[in-house]
Design a protein around this ligand. Structure first.
Ligand code: C2E
Ligand code: CA
Ligand code: CA
Ligand code: CA
Length: 279
């Protein structure tokens, strides 16, 4: 028993060491990942629930690490937030997303929107708006084609600065969406006086459960209240025809999920659109 205890302590220590080493490695590697061309953006369509017409795309970052392979975004975005690397990473994502969708719109004569995930750290920075304006100028994407996705935590404290930033975004014509809606502490009432344009209903509310009727009640409640506040509702994680039909009946505005398309890299997106646009 004594030996086993010792081994357990030893393996616990080595486990922690491994984790720390891995973090140091990832941190160093992330610093050069964009220069090395290891980062990529994948795009997933958002479609109008009633017509099935594509409104635009959410940009989702991908890191293909040279030795560790594909690393899921929450793992390195949270690390990047701790180290401050989220600033250059976030700006890379924003510039790249605006540039890609501008190119598609120019080529196809479309007006697609692009939704970009912005970390709370980015959003709260004093120079956030200035950098955003700069990227829009550089890329030429009209502000009215951009949506910024924020998690509800960003606005829970409703600081004056955050509210002022939202007002400026609105006056610029930029859309704002509350991501993963319903998973935090917020209720819709906190959105009442905030200039937000969309809520994205978390996909956990679409899952069938023993208590399926309860989820359905929440979904309907969010849609009804959001509409009364003048907000659009996006349902994330739509995987089945039944979910689509249900959301359509409930007057959900926009749908996103594997049923329509998985997030795709640019070449695949171009092909996907080629098939769906008359050209
Ligand atoms: P999110 O913003 O909630 O993004 C939606 C996630 O759901 C994506 O995971 C997407 O691939 C996945 N998804 C889409 N449709 C379906 C579906 O029908 N079924 C299921 N099961 N999943 C679906 P992904 O790409 O792994 O991203 C995970 C999270 O990482 C995102 O969650 C977002 O919070 C964060 N993230 C991704 N890209 C960025 C970025 O550029 N910046 C920041 N700050 N965070 C990002
Ligand atoms: Ca999102
Ligand atoms: Ca989400
Ligand atoms: Ca999520």
């Amino acid at each position: 028993a004594k030996m086993q205890g010792g081994d357990a302590v030893h393996s616990f220590e080595s486990h922690i060491k491994e984790r720390v080493n891995e973090r140091i490695t990832l941190r160093n590697d992330l610093a050069v990942a964009s220069e090395n061309g290891e980062l990529d953006l994948h795009y997933q369509p958002l479609v109008h629930a009633q017509s099935g017409v594509i409104e635009g795309f959410e940009a989702l970052v991908r890191w293909n690490h040279p030795s560790m392979g594909y690393i899921p975004p929450p793992r390195f975005t949270s690390l990047a937030e701790e180290t401050g690397q989220i600033m250059p990473l976030g700006e890379w994502v924003l510039r790249r997303a605006c540039c890609d969708i501008k190119a598609i719109n120019d080529r196809l004569g479309t007006q697609y929107r692009v939704a970009v995930n912005v970390s709370p750290l980015q959003f709260h920075r004093k120079d956030f708006l200035a950098r955003l304006r700069h990227v829009l100028e550089e890329t030429g994407l009209p502000a009215s084609r951009l949506d910024i996705e924020l998690t509800e935590g960003v606005l829970v404290n409703r600081t004056e600065a955050a509210i002022a930033t939202l007002h400026t975004l609105r006056s610029m014509g930029i859309g704002t969406a509350i991501d993963d809606f319903g998973t935090g502490y917020s209720s819709l009432s906190y959105l009442r006086d905030l200039p937000i344009s969309k809520v994205k209903l978390d996909r956990s509310f679409l899952q069938e459960s023993d208590d399926g009727s309860r989820n359905a009640a929440i979904v309907q409640g969010v849609i009804t209240m959001a509409h009364s506040l003048g907000l659009q509702v996006v349902a994330e994680g739509v995987e089945t025809e039944a979910q689509r039909e249900d959301l359509r009946t409930r007057k959900c505005d926009l749908l996103q999920g594997y049923l329509f398309a998985r997030p795709m890299p640019m070449p695949a997106l171009k092909q996907f659109l080629h098939g769906s646009t008359a050209h």
